[in-house]
Ligand binder design. Structure first.
Ligand SMILES: NC(=O)c1ccc[n+]([C@@H]2O[C@H](COP(=O)([O-])OP(=O)(O)OC[C@H]3O[C@@H](n4cnc5c(N)ncnc54)[C@H](OP(=O)(O)O)[C@@H]3O)[C@@H](O)[C@H]2O)c1
Length: 279
């Protein structure tokens, strides 16, 4: 019986057990994936005892992503630059960690809009929080020529540029609409548009036709921002797919099988978020 879990404080909201539970059942794997609340003062002991307690690894969510980064070995350069992670696994007896959010965003983008090629293109990223930083690293790795990070607090956008180097241009929030000229991809990573938050206020007038518009917010499943982009004729990418795709590398490391993000899994998770969801 292979065991994995997700740790956070609090953790009750996590949808990871639904996703991994679906794959365990689909592939007939004898394993478990549970939620474990871990208080910050117990974090080190929990991570250090992970193997002894029979876990193949875990997902890590708020507020532990930076602290666990300091407790495990990080093999990939992207995650090292990021300084935070969401996935821990055991390899040759050692605990490793990696961040899969950026990979998940790109995998979802490519599966939704397979024709999109980002090499030498301009991308506008709204927001400079944890998920923006994760996505920025993977966008640069795709060969994006200019990554314009637009954020309310300019120092946070500058901090991502400092971590990931040239190619990133930090810009103040008041320029969010004018910066869209010549962009091939626009991504919202702010919490604006999320249930209970203010709406994202932006004009798409300068965004070239054919540009792709993505939102990583997935509550609601389709934000007002995406609905407006869709109504204006832009191809859109919703946030739920990123949540599903970021889970793939962890499942593969722990349970030894690369899982597929199916339509059925999308609908299962969508109904969990919004019981009125209809495909
Ligand atoms: N689809 C997925 O798998 C996935 C994964 C992770 C996160 N998410 C979603 O992505 C969103 C952001 O997550 P995060 O972890 O990156 O959050 P975060 O680190 O707290 O960052 C929040 C971002 O939103 C900006 N923001 C908040 N209120 C704003 C306002 N009134 N006006 C302008 N900007 C504002 C912040 O700007 P300042 O820096 O100026 O404060 C910051 O850039 C959340 O809705 C989360 O649920 C989705």
């Amino acid at each position: 019986m292979i065991k994995a879990c997700v740790i956070g404080w609090p953790i009750a909201h996590s949808r990871s057990p639904l996703i991994h539970g679906y794959w365990l059942k689909t592939y007939g794997i004898e394993g478990s994936y549970t939620r474990i609340p871990v208080e910050p003062q117990n974090l080190r002991a929990f991570v250090e005892g992970l193997r002894a307690n029979g876990f193949a690894g875990c997902n890590v969510t708020m507020p532990h992503k930076e602290e666990v980064f300091r407790l495990v070995k990080v093999a990939d350069e992207q995650t090292r630059r990021l300084g935070s992670l969401n996935t821990v696994y055991v390899e040759n007896g050692t605990l490793y960690g990696t961040s899969t959010d950026g990979l998940g965003f790109l995998a979802n983008l490519k599966s939704t809009v397979p024709a999109l090629n980002l090499r030498n293109r301009k991308v506008v990223l709204l927001g400079a929080g944890g998920s923006a930083a994760a996505i920025a690293g993977n966008l640069l790795a795709e060969g994006v020529a200019e990554l314009c990070i637009v954020n309310r607090s300019l120092p946070r956008a500058q901090a991502i540029a400092d971590r990931f180097g040239s190619g990133i241009r930090p810009v103040g929030w008041d320029r969010r609409s004018v910066e869209l000229a010549e962009a091939s991809l626009l991504i919202n990573t702010t919490s604006l548009g999320m249930a209970g938050q203010a709406q994202l206020d932006i004009s798409l007038a300068a965004l070239p036709s054919g540009a792709v518009v993505a939102d990583i917010v997935y509550t609601p499943l389709v934000t007002d921002f995406l609905m407006a982009a869709q109504a204006a004729g832009y191809p859109v990418v919703t946030g739920l797919g990123m949540l599903l795709h970021q889970a793939v590398p962890g499942f593969e490391k722990w349970f030894g099988r690369r899982p597929v993000v199916t339509r059925e899994l999308y609908e299962l998770t969508a109904r969990d978020i919004d019981p009125t969801y209809r495909p």
